[in-house]
Design a protein around this ligand. Structure first.
Ligand SMILES: [Zn+2]
Length: 409
């Protein structure tokens, strides 16, 4: 077994309730089991590491369980469950289409389908990465999918739904797995760390979760790499940053703070620091843009909800210190910072961008001043015109004359 996948396999959920971040899907599946209304073909699609195959296995185990619990979970005690847990089940077949994508592989499956399940209720075929099947394999499969024998169930999984032909899509009940939220990944890693008696620093777990980008499998792989890299079996912040080539978020907050305050030399020093610790320039640009984008999201009561709850406050605080124009202009400048075709000049290009950003607020003030002046001039001109037009008014002239007469009298 690959050392880096140990935690992911060891702590793979065996019940619906333990699947992380896909409550709607597991709930729907449980309801259809409860109501004995199980589709014959499922398609589980979504990004990698979000629980598709795990969910497929739990579904296969549960529908074959002889003693399903009141919570619609497999009992883990009956013969069928035991066989499944010991990988001995003769009624559940798994095929990884990424490596077995030929028409022969599919024909093998089709030839087995004719036989009734050995002892269990259903024969379940789990085909992972189904979009990788060759065209001829797809075609061979289609007929079976159209009219599967009564106790046969197909669970197809794919990370790329767009590559699956519509005729297959239309025959499946489709479940879209979402990226798992950072907060949920944090919670799961902490659970596993506790079970494994591995010490951790909160900030380190947070970084791992962010870096895994919604994939629990990736998060746990990183978790294993870092906990194995130290003899103390501890997940600490510094080794996490080093291992992941991640930049501490604080750097982005600090550099932005100085740019808002127009403290150019401080901002340049921070960037110099980042450069000296050997942090990759492209990753810096991506991270900085992401940071500015997060600040921008805080400017609107609806978009603010796109930020994950646990980091909202800090971003709101910094966002309140700056204007939307500053953020939009900064992102534009960073986007124009072309470092890809110019690897030798990466550092100078980034420094130039930082210099430009540090002038934004001054620039905004100048424009506002100009606008104000223009507006004042316009107002003055209009008042003048009003007076002029009034003095041309004959009625008004009469009034003035009359007034003058009264005064003379
Ligand atoms: Zn059972």
């Amino acid at each position: 077994m690959n050392k880096s996948t140990v935690s992911y396999r060891k702590h793979r959920p065996s019940k619906f309730k333990n699947i992380v971040g896909q409550f709607n899907i597991t709930n729907t599946l449980k309801n259809s089991i409860k109501n004995k209304n199980i589709a014959q073909s499922f398609l589980f699609c979504g990004p990698k590491g979000t629980g598709k195959t795990t969910c497929a296995r739990i579904l296969a185990k549960t529908i074959n369980c002889n003693n399903i619990t009141n919570e619609t979970e497999a009992c883990d005690k009956c013969n069928s469950c035991n066989n499944f847990n010991e990988n001995k089940s003769l009624s559940i077949y798994e095929l990884d289409a990424a490596s077995n994508n030929s028409v022969e592989n599919i024909r093998n499956i089709i030839s087995q389908i004719r036989y009734l399940p050995m002892s269990e209720k259903y024969k379940v075929y789990i085909i992972d990465e189904v979009h990788m099947l060759s065209n001829s394999a797809f075609n061979a499969f289609l007929k079976t999918l159209e009219e599967p024998p009564e106790n046969t169930i197909f669970i197809l999984a794919s990370t790329d739904k767009d590559k699956i032909i519509p005729t297959i899509l239309s025959r499946c009940q489709i479940f879209n797995f979402k990226k798992i939220k950072t907060e949920e990944i944090i919670k799961e890693i902490k659970n596993i760390a506790k079970k494994e008696k591995i010490e951790y620093e909160e900030k380190a777990i947070e970084l791992i979760s962010i870096k895994s980008n919604g994939s629990l499998r990736d998060a746990l792989t990183i978790f294993d790499v870092i906990s194995n890299s130290s003899t103390k079996k501890k997940i600490d912040y510094n080794s996490t940053i080093k291992n992941l080539n991640i930049l501490d978020n604080e750097y982005y907050f600090e550099i932005t703070k100085n740019l808002i305050d127009e403290k150019l030399s401080e901002a340049l020093l921070i960037y110099n620091n980042i450069n000296e610790i050997g942090f990759n320039n492209e990753d810096f640009i991506i991270g900085f843009t992401e940071h500015l984008k997060n600040l921008m999201l805080c400017k609107n009561e609806f978009s603010i909800n796109l930020l994950e709850e646990y980091k909202k406050n800090k971003y709101i605080e910094q966002s309140n210190r700056t204007s939307l124009s500053f953020l939009i202009n900064s992102i534009n400048i960073i986007n124009q910072c072309n470092i890809k075709n110019n690897s030798e000049n990466q550092k100078i290009n980034i420094e130039l961008s930082i210099i430009r950003i540090s002038h934004i607020n001054n620039f905004i003030r100048k424009i506002e001043k100009k606008e104000k002046k223009k507006l004042n001039e316009k107002k003055y001109k209009k008042e003048n015109e009003n007076i002029k037009s009034l003095s041309k008014n004959p009625y008004l002239l009469e009034m003035i004359k009359e007034l003058n007469l009264k005064i003379i009298k």
